[in-house]
Design a protein around this ligand. Structure first.
Ligand code: BG6
Length: 467
């Protein structure tokens, strides 16, 4: 097919600090909420005691091996790499006045290494972790004071990296707090809806303040939000199912509405009232929220369905996002339904709604890989998944949607977020490490490595439209 991707399309990959860096106590880093969840973002919260260890403590040792990994990304022709800064490397407890210089220096080295190859950073300020000190001392995002601590952190890194980083994101999958409150906002899992929405409100205000700070500090800088793009379809055309689908899509679109439009959407008033949800929103907060993002970023792995039929809903309760399975789609080994057309649909939905540039900052297939006797890894299933999704991105671009770039999730194998597994692999680059933490950490190119290199080199021309 002929390329529909714009000339300066940002092709690349995305990782998160707590899933790749390891070195969880090195150079003055403090404990983050992620360090207390060795079983993943839905797992138990485990106080760390000496001798404890978790797979994320070393992860894939990106903290020490990044020069080799960046060289491999460069070999694939990456234009962009999405990383996150571990807030606890910069402010170990979260409430310090002065930042930790060793932590700041690490990201300087990382950005300099990327710059050597012309790879642009896309930086998430908070990807599924915050200083545990803020949870212990202040109650996490439940406390208004956390807004100020976050703003101080954001301003510190904007000042430090303003000549190295142009593209920023505030909170990873900000809508996930509804499903994983400890991970998202540092609250106990059994918190009330009012407590969760209050914490979310504080986070939304903090996000807007970071947007303002970025605009003030970073010359020409652009900053976006980050949504889990969990698009839902009605399971049937029954009007009640369609209406319920709209309601459930608004559960996550709400976050984009506040961040892109600068205030609470009208439908939330009724939702709060009917569910007895009390949220303190001051006039000053409303003013702060008016500072809107420059672009929308999102992750996309799967779609799901909605029904008002109770019996069918019960099948969905086992799934964290309460998505009812779509009878027309196949699933990954982890039960995530594969829907490339859904990505085109989602891109159009978001562009119609916000008319802002879109950035796909996560997409990919978590799968078990097999290393053959000759050392090769023939991950055709991953190539197929990515090819089919990118074909739909091209279609959306042809529909008129402005897409800035595409960073596939986990271009190098990393620790999975939901269950902290190594065996759920997304990479073009294989990392020799198993779920128990055994392995040499050696890196190895998979078949998809060469495939993605060709996609980037041809600016999408090598993709195969199988329709
Ligand atoms: C997104 C997160 O939810 O999905 C990533 O932003 C995560 O951190 C990714 O890794 C895939 O999920 P998992 O559980 O397969 O790692």
């Amino acid at each position: 097919m002929s390329s529909k991707f714009p000339d300066h399309f940002l092709w690349g990959g995305a990782v998160a600090a707590n899933q790749v860096e390891g070195a969880y106590q090195t150079d003055g880093k403090g404990l983050s909420t992620s360090d207390l969840q060795p079983q993943g973002i839905f797992g138990a919260i485990t106080p760390r005691v000496d001798g404890d260890s978790g797979i994320k403590d070393v992860a894939i040792d990106f903290y020490h091996r990044y020069p080799q990994d960046i060289a491999l990304f460069a070999e694939m022709g990456f234009k962009c790499l999405r990383i996150s800064i571990a807030w606890t490397r910069i402010f170990p407890q979260g409430d310090e006045e002065a930042p930790n210089e060793a932590g700041l220096a690490f990201y300087d080295r990382l950005f300099d290494e990327m710059a050597r190859y012309g790879i642009q950073p896309l930086v998430t300020l908070s990807h599924y972790e915050m200083p545990y000190g803020l949870v212990k001392q202040y109650g996490g995002w439940g406390n208004r004071k956390t807004i100020g601590f976050f703003e101080h952190y954001a301003r510190t890194v904007f000042e430090r990296y303003k000549h190295k980083v142009q593209h920023w994101l505030t909170f990873n999958e900000i809508n996930m707090s509804l499903h994983a409150p400890f991970t998202g906002v540092g609250l106990a899992e059994d918190s009330s809806k009012s407590e969760i929405y209050q914490a979310i409100h504080h986070q939304l205000v903090a996000s807007a303040r970071a947007v303002k700070a970025c605009h003030e500090i970073v010359p020409g800088g652009k900053i976006g939000n980050m949504l889990l793009g969990g698009i839902l379809y009605p399971l049937s055309c029954k009007p009640e199912d369609v209406l319920e689908t709209q309601r459930q899509n608004r559960d996550w679109l709400f976050f984009g509405d506040v961040q892109a439009r600068g205030g609470y959407p009208a439908y939330m008033r009724r939702y709060f009232r009917e569910n007895g949800i009390q949220v303190e929103i001051t006039a000053e907060d409303q003013q702060a929220l008016r500072e809107t993002i420059d672009f929308i970023s999102f992750s996309y792995y799967m779609s799901g369905c909605v029904t008002t039929d109770e019996a069918q809903n019960n099948t969905a309760r086992t799934n964290i996002l309460n998505m009812v399975p779509n009878p027309h789609l196949a699933s990954s080994e982890w039960g995530w339904q594969i829907d490339p057309v859904g990505l085109r649909y989602l891109l159009n939905v978001l562009y119609d709604r916000y008319q802002k540039p879109l950035f796909i900052v996560e997409n990919g297939l978590g799968a078990k890989d097999r290393v053959e006797a000759d050392g090769s890894i023939n991950d055709d299933y991953r190539i197929n998944y990515l090819n089919d999704h990118l074909v739909q991105v091209a279609e959306a671009i042809d529909d008129g949607v402005e897409v800035m770039g595409y960073t596939s999730w986990g271009p190098i194998d990393l620790v999975s977020a939901s269950k902290a597994e190594m065996s759920k692999r997304y990479g073009f680059i294989y990392v020799d490490r198993d779920d128990a933490g055994n392995g040499s950490l050696e890196r190895r190119r998979k078949k998809s490595f060469y495939w993605y290199r060709d996609v980037i080199q041809s600016n999408g021309n090598s993709l195969k439209n199988k329709a």
